[in-house]
Structure formats: C-alpha cells, structure tokens
Design a protein around this ligand. Structure first.
Ligand code: PAF
Length: 277
C-alpha cells in the first residue's frame, strides 16, 4: 500500500489507472470505513482512501482538536484489507492559502444536521470537491450512517456534472445495534450501555409505521421525549422522505428516521430507512 501526501504525486501515480474508487474519511478507521473500502475493492481495481481531518466542517466549540488521529493504526487496517493508496494531505496541501472559494450547498443542508452545525455541509462539500479533484475517481463510496451527507454529496455530483458514481454503503453496527462511529470512543461505560437506545427508539417508530400509524409528528415527539427521559439531550428525531429529506406525505412509501442527540458530551447520529410495501 502506498502512502501519498501530495496532490501532484497522487495525480502522477493515478494517471495510468483506468478506474479508481475514492473512499473519503477523516481517519480513525473502524469496521464501518473498512466496509466502504471492501465495496470499493469489488468495484474498481484501484482504491484510494483519503484521510484528512477537515477543519472547515467543524464549527466553533466542536471536537476538531479532540478528533481521534490514529494514522499508523489506520494504515495497518487498510493495508490488511488490500487498500491500494492512502492519500493523506496535510492542512497546507489541502488549503495552501486561506480557502476563500466554497461550495455552498442548497437548502437541505440548512436543515437537520445543518441547523445544529451551521456551515458543516459547506465544509464537507468544499473538501469533498477538492478531494474529488485531487483523486479524479470514477466512483466514490459513502456510508449511510451520515445519511444527510450522502444525499447532499449525491446532489453535489449531479449538479456540478461530476462524472463520479456515488455508491452508498449500509451502516455497520456493534452487536447491540449501536452504529460504529469514531466518536463512540468518547462514551463512558455507562453511556455506552445506554447508547443503543437511539436505535431501539427508531425501531419502535418503524414497527408503528409498518403497523399503519401515520401520525409522524406525534411519533417524533414521543421518540424525543423517550430519549430525554433517559438523559439524552435531543437535537432531533424526525421522519422524512428518503428522497430530498422533506416531510413525508401520508402515502409516502420510502421513509427514513433521522436522529441526533448527545449523551454526556458525545453527540451521536443515526438513521433507519423504512420501506412501506
Ligand atoms: O464522513 C466523513 O468522514 C467526512 O465528512 C468526509 C466525507 C470525509 C469529509 O471530510
């Protein structure tokens, strides 16, 4: 596995490759990321995993400084899986001057995560565009764990006519249902035991919807109140249409529950797709 830090070097290395898959990450590689690389390996002969903790997508008071950086360990895991190239630019390589051009995402980026993390998706869209320009992949893999991010990246590639296929990957979970995330390591033992409740609560919503309940607002409210009773500080638990993440109509068949809430000082997000037949 090659480790490349410079865009010029990466371009030279990839110039003769016919099909390249990009897996953008911020490092601290866990099984969730590895599943993205695995999908990449099935679909392209060359997989480039990028590792860059992108300051632009962290708001003030967020955990940019604390974000776990585990480069050696990440490389070991990626190499064992057959990942071809790790592209790990430093801050200067990605943002050689103060970045003054940004990709300003549409309204959907102001809702949900965007409401609680203003500027977050602007930072994500800007860095992903730059990484796409550096790697120039034919396809890229993103996890459904960051459901809104995936939707926004899809729209970004469509609207900017980028010739890149966006492939989605299912969320990888611990045995008790907790979605794998780099932030799980900040949970205390007690919080870790409590953490699967978000997923359980979403499963409750799914059962109710599959049983015919369509009182979405009441369900959202009850879910938030339930988590709050167990000590969560809830940003949102909402039911949305999978496409466009807008409020669903009663006859909508493709739904998704999205949630974000903080346990102690760790903010967790999760989601659950519901397909009504
Ligand atoms: O999902 C992430 O880890 C990040 O948002 C991404 C896509 C690598 C951009 O920094």
């Amino acid at each position: 596995m090659q480790v490349i830090r410079k865009i010029s070097e990466l371009r030279a290395r990839l110039s003769s490759e016919s099909r390249v898959c990009c897996v953008p990450t911020m490092g601290n590689i866990h099984d969730g990321h590895l599943s993205l690389v695995r999908i990449g390996k099935e679909r392209a002969p060359t997989v480039v995993t990028t590792i860059f903790v992108n300051r632009l997508q962290f708001g003030q008071g967020e955990d940019f400084e604390q974000y776990p950086r585990t480069f050696e360990d990440d490389c070991e895991k990626l190499e064992a899986l057959g990942n071809d190239i790790v592209f790990c630019p430093n801050e200067e390589e990605m943002y050689p001057e103060p970045q003054v051009f940004f990709i300003d995402p549409p309204k959907v980026a102001k809702r949900l995560e965007g409401r609680f993390r203003p500027g977050h998706f602007r930072g994500v869209c800007t860095v992903v565009s730059k990484l796409f320009n550096a790697v120039q992949p034919q396809l890229a893999v993103f996890g459904k764990k960051d459901y809104q991010q995936l939707a926004i990246i899809r729209e970004l590639t469509e609207q900017l006519c980028l010739p890149i296929e966006i492939v989605s990957a299912e969320t990888v979970r611990a045995e008790d249902g907790l979605a794998l995330s780099s932030r799980n390591r900040f949970l205390s033992d007690e919080e870790r035991k409590e953490a699967p409740r978000m997923r359980d609560t979403m499963n409750g919503i799914r059962s109710a919807i599959l049983d015919g309940d369509r009182k979405y607002v009441a369900m959202e409210y009850a879910a938030g109140a339930r988590l709050a009773r167990y000590g969560w500080n809830v940003d949102y638990v909402v039911i949305r249409a999978q496409k466009g993440l807008r409020r669903p109509t009663e006859d909508e068949t493709k739904l998704v529950v999205l949630g974000a809430a903080t346990l102690g000082s760790t903010r967790l997000i999760d989601n659950l797709e519901i397909n009504v037949d």
